[in-house]
Design a protein around this ligand. Structure first.
Ligand code: SF4
Ligand code: SF4
Length: 623
């Protein structure tokens, strides 16, 4: 039996649409989650293995049945290998995203992808300098940089270039542990090799490769994606927008862009403002064309153009159930395969665009960078023409939406601070700001939707912890009104004073999931300014509702960077006491940071505050 929607989400727009879904007999992720109960205990503990065809094997967690797989692998080996594969998969997703962005950048700089231009020349030149590219003549510069960036993926020896952005002390820690990544793809491939039957069978050795691969993600793939997207589409700056399903419009053509990459969605935003398209929409009875986002594609266009965001991960199906969406346009990652059959219950065109990602029931309109603007217009036209098929009697758009201020790139934060991180550092030193927490990550029906995010963030800002956010946490905060400067009223006195004097919210939207790399850059800048390592800073990370393998890679590189990280859902590692001990304790000695798991957001906030206070003490700051 279905639960009551109010127990499934704290977001009123979501609970209303869940009620509507059930009234209409439509299944959502929450219903499928309920049908999965009880979930497999072996899987939850991470002690099943399918890495060869002597298996599948599983270890008896109670010590009464088998304690080894057919090959002799113990629970410790199996759990460590499974975790390494999760990290590899997550890093691969970010790596492929970054590669696609670099390829578009390369094509644009060589004159083949004419729809794209360089929007941030200063960033282009600064990045080129980091890659030691000095030639800036005819045809040089940008194309040379694109080739240098591509070489970071397949490099076999040496190190991923942007790891040099980490503080000197951090780089020495990685060097000592032998976990400086050589090439992004190389590390991912090595994970898959090592987890083959009969290769790497020492849990610590396996997990160190996990850290190395995750560093290749955070300080490599994700950082490259962020840099290149800023170069191509502009570095975000603060702007106002709106969030939640209420951004959909009853009298306009609604196009949702969903997934992760801004390469197509940027073009869709442009095509949707084309007067010819707007005239066509008006001819068909609509008042205009409304583009809205979901998940990280949503974050990308939100922070660069102020395009409203319709919701986070668990709201993607609910957007279709409003009956008001003419097209749900998706690229890659976090797109539920259920969308095809759900869209078929409405007039919604579910349009898949990536050559890598096919979905049942999708209308395929494959994207290519050479035809980007043309494709975007075809997609927008398809959506507009579909407006006439909308059944107005089935349209239910929840009224809920909230204002938000978004777009705090590193440059925008520095700008708000007057050009230097010093005022922020001073506020931390004098205690107005106790510390900084990066709260990020997904939704997961294991957690009441958005409650992990919002309760944790509220508790942190109340205790003068400045929150920086990305991904679906950022969208949850936007919906809850926490991304408005007025939300400073909910912060403790110190943080409130700082926010009011700068005119910024107590929760800073820093972008999509790959933009966690922006947070690393800020942490490195503060550490360098103070002459300490990142692990010495009063900072912490949290992913209260994480679900994706990408989040596992992110968590690993955040910890590998020296940031204590609290997870709200339990990773599948508890079947191995050794792996659990390494992650929650031994990593502290190795990299100066550990993982903790705490599903209760109030207790998680307490853990983070205690950690921040211990780091303040370590730096000799007032607690
Ligand atoms: S690798 Fe070992 S534990 Fe895994 S399925 Fe094969 S025999 Fe079983
Ligand atoms: S935060 Fe998680 S669910 Fe949301 S877009 Fe990113 S990976 Fe997907």
């Amino acid at each position: 039996m279905a639960n009551k929607p109010a127990t499934e989400s704290i977001d009123p727009a979501t609970t209303k649409m869940l009620l509507e879904a059930r009234r209409a007999g439509l299944e959502t992720a929450w219903d499928r989650f309920n049908k999965q109960q009880p979930q497999c205990g072996f899987g939850l503990l991470g002690i099943c293995c399918r890495n060869c065809n002597m298996g599948p094997c599983r270890i008896d967690p109670f010590g009464e049945g088998p304690d080894k797989g057919v090959c002799g692998a113990t629970a410790d080996i199996i759990v460590a290998r499974n975790l390494l594969r999760m990290i590899a998969a997550g890093a691969a997703a970010h790596a492929d995203h970054a590669r696609d962005a670099v390829i578009v950048f390369k094509e644009a700089s060589e004159g083949r992808a004419r729809s794209y231009q360089i929007r941030d020349e200063a960033k282009l030149r600064a990045l080129a300098a980091e890659y030691n590219i000095s030639s800036w003549g005819e045809g040089g510069g940008a194309a040379d940089l694109a080739n240098a960036l591509l070489s970071d993926f397949g490099r076999q020896q040496g190190s991923v270039m942007l790891t040099h952005r980490a503080p000197e002390k951090r780089q020495r820690i990685w060097e000592k542990l032998g976990i400086i990544p050589r090439g992004i793809d190389r590390e991912i491939v090595e994970c898959m090799h090592r987890t083959n039957m009969g290769v790497d069978n020492d849990p610590l050795h396996i997990l160190l490769q996990g850290l190395r691969t995750s560093i290749a993600d955070g300080w490599g793939a994700s950082m490259i994606a962020t840099e290149v997207q800023d170069i191509l589409f502009g570095t975000p700056s603060p702007k106002r927008s709106e969030a939640n399903l209420g951004v959909l419009r009853e009298d306009e053509v609604n196009i949702i862009v969903h997934g992760h990459e801004p390469i197509l969605s940027e073009m869709i935003v442009e095509a949707a403002s084309d007067p010819e398209m707007i005239r066509l929409a008006e001819k068909l009875g609509a008042k205009g064309i409304n583009v809205a986002g979901i998940c990280c594609t949503g974050n990308e266009v939100l922070m660069r153009h102020g395009i409203p965001v319709a919701g986070n991960f668990l709201q993607q199906e609910l957007a279709v159930i409003t009956g008001a969406v003419e097209a749900m346009v998706v690229d890659v990652q976090c797109v539920m395969p259920s969308l095809g059959s759900l869209a078929a219950c409405y007039h919604t065109k579910f349009i898949s665009t990536s050559p890598k990602a096919e979905f049942p029931g999708a209308l395929r309109m494959e994207f290519s960078e050479e035809r980007a603007a043309e494709m975007a217009r075809e997609i927008v036209r398809t959506a507009v023409e579909n407006y006439r098929n909308r059944d107005k009697s089935r349209v239910i758009i929840p009224r809920e939406k909230s204002e938000c201020m978004v777009g705090f790139s590193v440059e925008a934060i520095l700008n708000a601070l007057g050009g230097s991180p010093q005022p922020l550092i001073d506020a931390v030193v004098n205690g107005s700001i106790k510390g900084i927490a990066a709260v990020v990550g997904c939704n997961n029906p294991k957690v009441q939707h958005d409650s992990g995010h919002i309760n944790l963030v509220r508790e942190l800002i109340r205790n003068n912890v400045l929150v920086v956010t990305t991904g679906c946490n950022a969208i949850a905060c936007a919906k809850a009104g926490l991304l408005r400067p007025e939300a400073a009223a909910e912060a403790g006195d110190g943080l409130r004073g700082v926010c009011e004097s700068l005119g910024v919210p107590p929760v800073l939207h820093m972008g999509s999931c790959v933009d966690i790399s922006r947070i690393l850059v800020v942490a490195a800048a503060i550490a360098n300014r103070l002459g300490v390592d990142i692990s010495d800073l009063p900072v912490a990370g949290a992913a209260p509702e994480w679900m994706s393998e990408k989040a596992v890679s992110i968590g690993a590189y955040v910890v590998a960077s020296g940031v204590y990280t609290v997870l709200g859902t339990v990773p599948p590692v508890l079947g191995s006491p050794v792996v659990t001990r390494i992650l929650t304790k031994d990593l502290g000695d190795a990299v100066g940071a550990t993982f903790a798991v705490e599903p209760d957001p109030f207790k998680a906030a307490r853990l983070i505050i205690e950690h921040i206070e211990s780091r303040r003490k370590g730096l000799g700051l007032k607690v």
